[in-house]
Design a protein around this ligand. Structure first.
Ligand code: 13P
Ligand code: SF4
Length: 303
């Protein structure tokens, strides 16, 4: 990406002057993930790393709920997101008021929120989870029934792995819900030796076709460990580009579903973010205090 080089240099220089750290999700494009990010990972890794940050400024290269999680964990730091319109179909499917209504409808039933939710929602729930630890979080509550929100497909996946009864919200990820089992069968027919690994935000017929299901970090670990000849990673397609750089001998077959929200973050916007110190993520301090309890409760669970 030669035309990107001046941006990379300017961002890395300014990052030092601003005493800033750049956190990037696995779905960021390679020039962001490999050239300017200090820390990359899945939602759980980024939340954990956000608790250890020494710098005064965090630039979150990901979507808005991820920047909010960093702010919740670092209320005294400046958290910037290069484009605050970077949303998420899961996060926008539910509000704090919806959670209060669920609690009225199912009194005493604990509520688990996927981190793909707003700070307002995190403030209303008992504990958060990510796709890396969802089953462990649900079981940690020692309850017969748990409300799981907002991803109906992750909820179904969790329900298939535990005896806890799951009451699910009806949200979905607009990227993962587009995959179909038929599409994956076509890949297998073309090459029966191809390996297929899927994110648990996918519908059940997709997961049924997959050789492995896991969070983005678990998917990357799986590819590193098995180094298959050909692989389909059933998730946002920038991740295959990021792993390809590390594993040139693996052929990535790419059903290219892009997350339009993740793709709002670009090098020019990251540079502007550091020049103008924008867009700053702000959350009501009362909401931060309540939301932090559910995020920290998740982070403090033993691995
Ligand atoms: P993880 O990286 O935690 O698996 O989440 C995937 C995702 O869709 C984030 O938006
Ligand atoms: Fe949200 Fe899906 Fe995009 Fe992740 S990939 S940010 S879950 S819309």
């Amino acid at each position: 990406w030669p035309f990107m080089a001046p941006y990379v240099k300017a961002i890395n220089d300014l990052k030092q002057q601003r005493n800033a750290v750049i956190l990037a999700h696995n779905y960021q494009t390679p020039e962001i993930f490999h050239c300017v990010a200090d820390i990359g990972g899945d939602s759980l890794q980024l939340a954990r790393e956000a608790t250890k940050v020494k710098e005064k400024v965090i630039v979150q290269c990901g979507v808005h709920f991820m920047a909010e999680t960093s702010k919740i964990l670092n209320p005294d730091k400046t958290v910037l997101i290069p484009d605050s319109r970077a949303g998420c179909s899961l996060a926008s499917s539910i509000t704090g008021a919806d959670v209060r209504l669920l609690r009225e409808r199912f009194p005493g039933v604990p509520v688990v929120a996927y981190v793909n939710t707003s700070a307002d929602v995190k403030a209303e729930v008992d504990i958060c989870c990510t796709s890396s630890n969802a089953v462990q979080v649900v079981e940690s509550l020692n309850a017969e029934t748990v409300i799981f929100l907002p991803d109906q497909y992750l909820a179904k996946y969790v329900a298939s792995k535990t005896s806890v009864k799951i009451i699910a919200w009806k949200g979905a990820c607009e990227v993962h819900e587009r995959f179909t089992g038929d599409e994956l069968r076509t890949y297998r027919e073309a090459d029966p030796s191809v390996q297929i690994i899927a994110h648990p935000e996918c519908p059940p017929d997709v997961i049924a076709e997959a050789d492995f299901t896991g969070s983005t970090a678990h998917m990357i670990d799986w590819v590193r460990k098995h180094q298959p000849k050909r692989i389909v990673m059933v998730t946002e397609c920038s991740m295959a580009d990021n792993v390809q750089a590390e594993l040139p001998n693996v052929e990535f077959v790419k059903p290219c579903n892009l997350c339009p929200h993740m793709k709002r973050i670009t090098l020019p916007k990251i540079l502007d973010s550091l020049i103008y110190m924008r867009e700053e993520v702000t959350i009501d301090p009362m909401i931060i205090d309540k939301a932090r309890r559910s995020v920290e409760r998740m982070i403090n669970l033993k691995n």
